[in-house]
Each structure stands twice: as C-alpha cells, then as structure tokens.
Ligand binder design. Sequence first.
Ligand SMILES: [Zn+2]
Length: 280
Amino acid sequence: MTETHDQLASLASAYALGALDPEERRSFERHAAECETCTAEARAFSGVVAALATSVPQVAPPPQIRDRVVAAVSGSVTMPAVGTSTVLRAPAGARTSRATRYRSRLEWLPYAALLAVTVGLGGYSLSLRARVSELEVRLADATSRTLLATRATADAQRVALRAQSTVDVLTAPDVARIDLAGQPTAPSARARAMWSRERGMVFTASNLPPLPEGRVYQVWVVTADARISAGLIMPDDAGNSASIFTTPPDIPTPVAVAVTLEPAGGVTQPTGAFYLLGKA
Ligand SMILES: [Zn+2]
C-alpha cells in the first residue's frame, strides 16, 4: 500500500516521540526515505525531544493525563481544545481503521507534546532558576572574600608603610628628641616627639585623660613666631597613642612641641588648654 505524503507527514512528531506502532513506524520510515520534508520534520522534533531528555529531570505525567492519553489512543475520549471541545468516538465494536487512528492521534498528540514541553520547560526553568541563585550566592561570596582580602592587603600595606616611616624618622641623621611633660590639666601624662625636618615626626604619648565627647587632642610645633598643627591624636582606652606626622620641611626650627584639647576635626590655631608641653 502506498501512503500519501499528506497521510504520513502528520506522523513525523509521533515518530520522533516513539509513539508509532511498528507498522506505522515502518510506513513512515519507507516514506521518509524518499521525502525530505518528512525527514526534516522528524529530525527537528527529535532535536527537541533529545534536548528535553538531557536538560531536565524526567517527570512522570499526572495519572489523569496519562489515562486520558491512553483512552484517546484506544478509542473514545473528550479532549479539551482552546475555545472548543472535540469528541472522538470510534465506532462501537468496529475495527478501528488506520485513518481513524491517525485522526485520533492527531487530536491527542499536540496535547501530549504540549504537556511534555510544558513539564519540561517548567522543570528546566526551575533548574535554571536554582542554578542562577546558586551562582549569585557564590558570586556574592567571592566578591566579599575579594573585598576582605583587598582590605587586609591595604591594612598590611598601611602597617608596613607606617613602620617604615617610623624607622625612617628615628634613623634620620637630623632627628631631634623633644620630651613633653604633663601640664596641670593632665599631670601624669607624658609624651615624646622625634622630629626630622626631612622625614617628619613620630609622636608617642601615654596617660592622657579620656577624650570628652566631640573633642580631640591636637599636636603643635611651636616656632619663634608661629604654632603649626602637626596632627590630631585620639588615645586608646589606656590613654596611649603613637602617631607619625609629616611636617613642612621649610618650617623654622621648633622651640617647643605642645598638645591642646580642641574640637573634633582640629583647629588652625590652638584654642584649648595645654595638656602637654616640651621645649626643644
Ligand atoms: Zn512526506
């Protein structure tokens, strides 16, 4: 029997899904061997089926769907369609003709295919979303670890730079030492300034009283006719501090170094009480 293209073309998708019986399968293959259109159709649908099979977890269809599909193949069922309803009924007790089986298959196949694609895409979408979430978590984790590493590196560089600067000042050929004594506001406070015109000032202090809210200690280099701010210090809970300041290389030779209590942020000229004072 010679099948026409019109009869067999509609079997391409069922062929790709493996839904043909052996006789139909052989008919389709005989025809497809001479028909590029049907071969291409089956191949295109095979690609979709293969992609679904490899990219998503296999999900068993709900039993009521399976029952309806089985009923559709074996004879009579009502399949809902968009905006309408189609009743398929095989002649009772009659041998189902091939044409009827084709029609029947044509009716249910789109639903089965749609079900497969919907379930497949649903699973695929869920698995993609889970994968994206997982990648987002890993990216955030990597980003925060990179930030921490960058911060740690910057901290280490600051510490190293500070240590190097301190050594530079202390070993400067022109380094001068100025000891500061606590004034009546802080009798037990002590400080020492190591100053190099070229390399700056290392300033250490101990026993400074706790800072009042909104206040800071300010270090001054006192020359014959000016008081130049060297920088601010905020002692730790024990009243100790160690700082390194750069000072202008062209300042006149200091006659003294002093520490005053000033508003947070510092001032351009001393306004508060002297806490520490040492003559050069
Ligand atoms: Zn064909």
